[in-house]
Ligand binder design. Structure first.
Ligand code: NDP
Length: 610
């Protein structure tokens, strides 16, 4: 693009900035980020209950394994499978859920599907010889796929389900991790992997009066099909025909759940604090010919093609070619020796306006009532919030049974009868909290949900209280033989396609463990110099988006409107979203060079295949 091209005719910079600032101000209420801590508040513990699998009593397990994995979601399954491929036999997985799948175990709300293309999101398609049924797979298909991987690699039988880890402790004598659980288990492991996930903590807003609601209330991550009727594969929620339902939230989960609710319920009120930017989904069945064009390694190539496109790197052909890549391409800063940084920023701002105008025009074209359409329009820049893609959500507002309650300051109160917004009480039979998760920027120690205790009794929480310090975002000094699966804001890299990051981490950890065994290395720890150097590198390339984020509508991405809270130590390798490709090369070289920056204790040669 040349500087003379105009991607957004009619763009009035000051006017747009003013409008965005006004909308932001409406949402900057002091209580917006206040949530209940479900693990500590007894009164709300019921929201965590597993509605899908009955709890089965069992005796405590005493175990001695090569690798223990905390979690049985996507990351745990992939790393477990890769370890099996590397020949590791004695593996123990532990998860609070009653089955495999993590996020995909818990999120079974009607309409749930992945917003990243299934051919790159569903892991290990080649190993499993599986082709997803549609470009964007429904949640149940993803869950069953993860279960199939776990079955194929013998992980299900090795998982302790409905089991919460209470403590992971490194014990010098014996050089083992000892993992204790809420069911009295004691798992002794030579190596420990944290695969605790990024969407594992439900966010339940602390709205006054919630505990007094007389109807049924649940979070989207614990859908009560007993109450609503229907099921994950049956969107007809037959028991709701005489029920008025309030959906609190208008993010990725809500936009998927509202259309089926609107079809089934007597009435649905959607309590929207901030409208999502929603563009076309264009889901479609997988072409009958799809697999004919595939060659070995195709999935990795496709994942890399998507990640490259999302990083603004040149790709010969955009293989995924969807809303993610389309809008990202339009927001790549133009380059040219004749352009100053200010001109580049101005041009991106103009393109951003064009992108958001398209979203707003789409709403006008779909939603019949102009007042409702106006209420659904997002007034902020594109990446201020995670964008959404859906084709049925906006049309649902043409259904007379679906009402938008536009409440920028949020729901004020829950009464025994319903919810209050903008001073009006809406009587409800059921409240669905589509209020999301403590994702990405929530500290790892909190998401891990239990004390991880290393040498000298120090916990990860204490060690990282001022921000992360690690080597590669995967290992940290004082916590020998511990791997943490890579995740956003954790000194590795960030990808929109979380599976890609997981596969990179799983391949690396499995290859590292195989090599440790080959070399007879019993214990590793990170040297102080190595983790200091890595952390300095992360801080030095921290790309400060705090100015951009400060003008954004509040969201979890900018610490609910306080981007100054971003800690450069929790950034990514390469800055910004991170250099996915450089990171992989660096890890591979580091393995080839026999782990520089690790302090190593050789033990007797241990063969996990024994
Ligand atoms: P989000 O954080 O995207 O949305 C939560 C919603 O709840 C927001 O609309 C938020 O408003 C609203 N909210 C929170 N508190 C209140 C309140 N007190 N009153 C009114 N509204 C309130 O959560 P989701 O569960 O939708 O998604 C979380 C993440 O999970 C996504 O960003 C995505 O990464 C992932 N996801 C992915 C899916 C996929 O297809 N792969 C599907 C679902 C989720 P506000 O915007 O103002 O904060």
């Amino acid at each position: 693009m040349t500087p003379s091209d105009n991607p957004a005719p009619g763009f009035d910079r000051d006017g747009v900035r003013r409008r965005y600032a006004q909308e932001r101000a409406k949402r900057m209420t002091p209580s917006r980020g206040v949530i209940h801590d479900l693990r500590r508040e007894e009164a709300f513990a019921g929201y965590l209950k597993d509605p899908f699998t009955p709890f089965i009593e069992r005796k405590p397990v005493r175990d001695e394994v090569d690798v223990a994995i905390v979690g049985a979601g996507l990351a745990a399954v992939v790393v477990g499978a890769k370890l099996r491929q590397a020949g590791v036999r004695r593996i123990r997985l532990i998860d609070k859920a009653g089955g495999i799948g993590g996020t995909w175990y818990w999120n079974r709300y009607p309409g749930v599907m992945c917003d990243v293309e299934s051919y790159i999101y569903m892991p290990m398609l080649e190993e499993m010889n599986y082709i997803p049924t549609t470009k964007y797979a429904p949640g149940d298909e993803i869950r069953r796929h993860l279960e199939s991987i776990a079955i194929k690699y013998g992980l299900v039988k090795d998982t302790l389900f409905h089991t919460g880890v209470e403590e992971s402790r490194w014990v010098e004598a014996g050089q083992r991790w000892i993992v204790r659980t809420d069911r009295g288990d004691e798992v002794r492991a030579r190596r420990l992997i944290m695969a605790t996930g990024i969407l594992n903590l439900m966010k339940l807003p602390a709205i006054p009066g919630m505990e007094h609601f007389q109807g049924r209330a649940f979070h989207t991550a614990r859908w009560d099909y007993e109450y609503t009727g229907g099921g994950p594969n049956d969107p007809h929620l037959a028991k709701l025909t005489d029920k008025v339902v309030g959906v609190i939230g208008a993010g990725a989960s809500a936009i998927q759940a509202v259309p089926p609710l609107g079809e089934s319920a007597k009435h649905v009120y959607v309590f929207q604090r901030t409208p999502s930017a929603i563009s076309e989904r264009g889901n479609r069945p997988t072409d009958a010919d799809f697999s004919k064009h595939l060659h070995p390694g195709w999935q990795k190539e496709r994942m890399e093609n998507f990640s490259a496109a999302m990083l603004g790197l040149p790709v010969k052909r955009d293989l995924v070619d969807d809303g993610w890549t389309k809008y990202q391409a339009r927001l790549i800063p133009p380059s040219g020796p004749e352009m100053t940084p200010e001109e580049i920023a101005a041009r991106v701002e103009q393109s951003d306006y064009g992108v958001m105008e398209e979203h707003r025009k789409r709403i006008e074209a779909i939603v019949a009532d102009p007042r409702v359409a106006e209420g659904l329009k997002p007034y902020y820049r594109y990446f201020c919030k995670r964008p959404c893609f859906h084709d049925e959500y906006l049309p649902a507002f043409n259904n007379p049974k679906v009402t938008l309650v536009d409440c920028p300051a949020g729901v004020e109160q829950i009464t025994p009868r319903g919810a209050v917004a903008n001073g009006v009480e809406y009587p409800l039979d059921c409240i669905v909290y589509a209020t999301g998760f403590e994702a990405e920027i929530t500290r790892f120690a909190r998401r891990a949900g239990h004390p991880i205790i290393g040498r000298g009794g120090i916990t990860i929480e204490e060690k990282w209280k001022d921000g992360m310090i690690s080597l590669h975002g995967l290992t940290t000094r004082g916590f020998p033989n511990l791997f943490i699966m890579p995740a956003p804001s954790q000194q590795s890299v960030t990808t929109v396609n979380y599976t890609h990051l997981t596969v990179i981490g799983a391949d690396h950890i499995a290859a590292t463990i195989a090599k440790l065994d080959e070399l007879g290395i019993a214990v590793f720890d990170v040297s102080e110099a190595a983790e200091r150097a890595w952390t300095e590198a992360i801080v030095n390339c921290f790309r400060d988006t705090r100015d951009f984020m400060a003008a954004c509508t509040p969201s979890r991405l900018n610490y609910e409107g306080h981007p100054e809270a971003a800690n450069p130590r929790n950034g990514s390798y390469g800055g910004g979203r991170g250099d996915v490709f450089g990171y992989q090369e660096l890890l591979a070289k580091w393995r080839r060079d026999d782990f520089p920056g690790w302090e190593i204790v050789k033990g007797e040669r241990l063969d996990p295949r024994d």
